[in-house]
Design a protein around this ligand. Structure first.
Ligand SMILES: Cc1cc2nc3c(=O)[nH]c(=O)nc-3n(C[C@H](O)[C@H](O)[C@H](O)COP(=O)(O)OP(=O)(O)OC[C@H]3O[C@@H](n4cnc5c(N)ncnc54)[C@H](O)[C@@H]3O)c2cc1C
Length: 457
């Protein structure tokens, strides 16, 4: 379909690895067709982002690129190099004048796109990875952003979102040459397994979730041992599905409303990070920077390996190491444990999650961590310290989750598995002893909180 005289259009895929409900792709097709040209689909392997991603996320990305390529009749150009050089070469080669993109809102993406534009490349932005783009939902009274989730959620619903964009019936595509096909060969480390990637997998999983779990979501979403959540996070992270698609069929039942609220948390955190880009590394509530923290040592290593001696914490960490995904309930429990039982700064845990999660999303991760640490956007007036034993008993009552990921405890019954130190055969298979005493560390954490309260009062 290529010809040097026709003017093609570049579609630069980044966090939007899909064909359906893709306004930027539709805009690229429209432009190409208006002058008898074709779309040049490209993904640029970006050394800066690849460097920070762990092997599970890279393997997922590799699978997602292959899935996208299949939808593009094997014409995805996968190119390595500096974005400006790669795009300039493509624009010249295909006699193209513009590059279509979905808009980015995180600092790295925004800066990268500005740099590309500063080099004289025309970027056409259509759509974003959100139902409502960050920065759009503001207080009607003074036009400032929301700092608290619930009023944001109400205003976000009132703002509303567009209808899904139509899926193109046919995409006129420029043929990729062998030299354009630099698909990475990222392998999964031994002993790990990740969920299937790509748009088709996302749509199938969402259909399955809608049919089997959505109507019980409000109750089931907290139960770590059951498959009660959508598992859409990695698909959303890579844009294999658009949040509009998830919101489209929701009704007004309690379960549907709770699901809509979770999608809104993702949008809220994106908005908060957009308005406060420094919180990518720094404390949202600055006084927490003055709290007394410990230096990472052996206990941090035990936390990372899932060997703290607290079964619910260890099961969760091992789930992430194995699958690159962790249940939301246990993300909160392990994050609380790191900050409030081990007295370490949230950034340490955030970086470890960043390395291991296939669904790593800067805004959700940073603000999920800050919320749990108590220094984030939490409207709650009290300082929450999760009890790792009680959380386990409540959200993994019969111990299935622990049994799945902690083989040393499989011989224990539901009652005993949460407290192996209370039974004679608890340590039969070399399960590690507790590295700290939760009851004591809770008191210590509150004492440290009191110190910064006194300082700032
Ligand atoms: C410390 C910590 C770190 C986190 N890091 C990430 C991260 O890097 N990437 C990420 O996508 N989510 C993160 N979350 C949020 C949440 O844990 C995951 O989105 C959720 O577990 C993904 O599973 P699911 O798709 O089955 O969720 P579901 O329960 O089915 O929810 C549907 C979607 O809503 C969104 N969502 C749900 N809960 C939250 C939440 N608390 N915050 C923001 N969005 C939410 C996600 O996009 C999710 O896919 C983090 C939470 C905590 C407490």
């Amino acid at each position: 379909m290529t010809s040097s005289s026709t003017t093609h259009t570049i579609m630069w895929f980044r966090r939007d690895l899909r064909i359906g409900d893709h306004p930027a792709l539709n805009a690229a097709i429209e432009e190409a067709q208006s002058h008898g040209g074709a779309v040049v689909p490209v993904f640029i392997l970006d050394p800066a982002l690849i460097g920070g991603a762990g092997s599970k996320r890279l393997a997922y990305l590799g699978n997602s690129l292959r899935a996208l390529d299949e939808s593009l009749n094997n014409n995805l150009h996968v190119l390595i190099g500096d974005q400006v050089d790669v795009l300039k070469e493509l624009l010249k080669r295909y006699n193209a004048s513009s590059v279509h993109i979905s808009q980015e809102f995180e600092r790295y993406g925004v800066d990268r796109d500005k740099r590309v534009e500063a080099a004289g490349i025309k970027l056409v932005r259509t759509g974003s990875p959100y139902a409502v783009a960050p920065g759009r939902v503001v207080k009607p009274s003074d036009g400032t952003p929301y700092k608290v989730y619930t009023p944001f959620y109400r205003a976000w619903c009132v703002h509303g979102w567009r209808e899904a964009a139509p899926t193109p019936k046919e995409i006129p595509l420029a043929k990729a040459t062998a030299a354009d096909r630099n698909f990475p060969d990222w392998k999964l480390p031994e002993g790990t397994e990740i969920t299937p990637a790509g748009e088709k997998a996302a749509l199938e999983r969402f259909a399955y979730f809608t049919k089997n779990h959505l109507d019980q979501y409000d109750e089931a979403r907290n139960m770590a041992g059951i498959d009660g959540t959508s598992k859409m996070s990695a698909h959303l992270k890579w844009g294999e599905i658009h949040p509009r698609t998830l919101l489209r069929g929701l009704g007004q039942t309690k379960a549907h409303d709770v699901f809509r609220k979770e999608i809104a948390w993702r949008e809220f955190y994106a908005d908060v990070l957009f308005n406060n880009p420094h919180t990518e590394k720094q404390y949202y509530a600055p006084r927490f920077a003055d709290m007394r923290y410990d230096k990472p040592g052996k206990q941090f290593e035990a936390w990372k390996e899932g060997k703290t001696g607290y079964p619910f914490v260890d099961a969760a960490m091992r789930q992430m190491l194995k699958e690159g995904w962790m249940h939301n309930r246990t993300r909160m429990v392990v994050a609380s444990f790191l900050v409030k039982d081990l007295h370490l700064e949230w950034q340490l845990g955030e970086a470890f999650f960043r390395e291991h999660l296939i669904d790593f999303d800067l805004a959700s991760n940073v603000h999920g961590w800050q919320w749990t640490a108590g220094c984030g956007t939490d409207a709650s007036p009290y300082y929450r310290v999760f009890n790792p034993i009680e959380q386990g008993k409540r959200f993994d009552e019969n111990g299935d989750y622990i049994r799945k990921y902690v083989p040393e405890l499989r011989h224990l019954s539901g009652d005993d598995i949460h407290e192996p130190w209370t039974v004679l055969d608890g340590y039969l298979h070399d399960y590690p002893e507790r590295i700290v005493d939760h009851a004591l560390e809770r008191v210590e954490s509150l004492a440290r909180l009191n110190e910064i309260k006194v300082q700032t009062e």
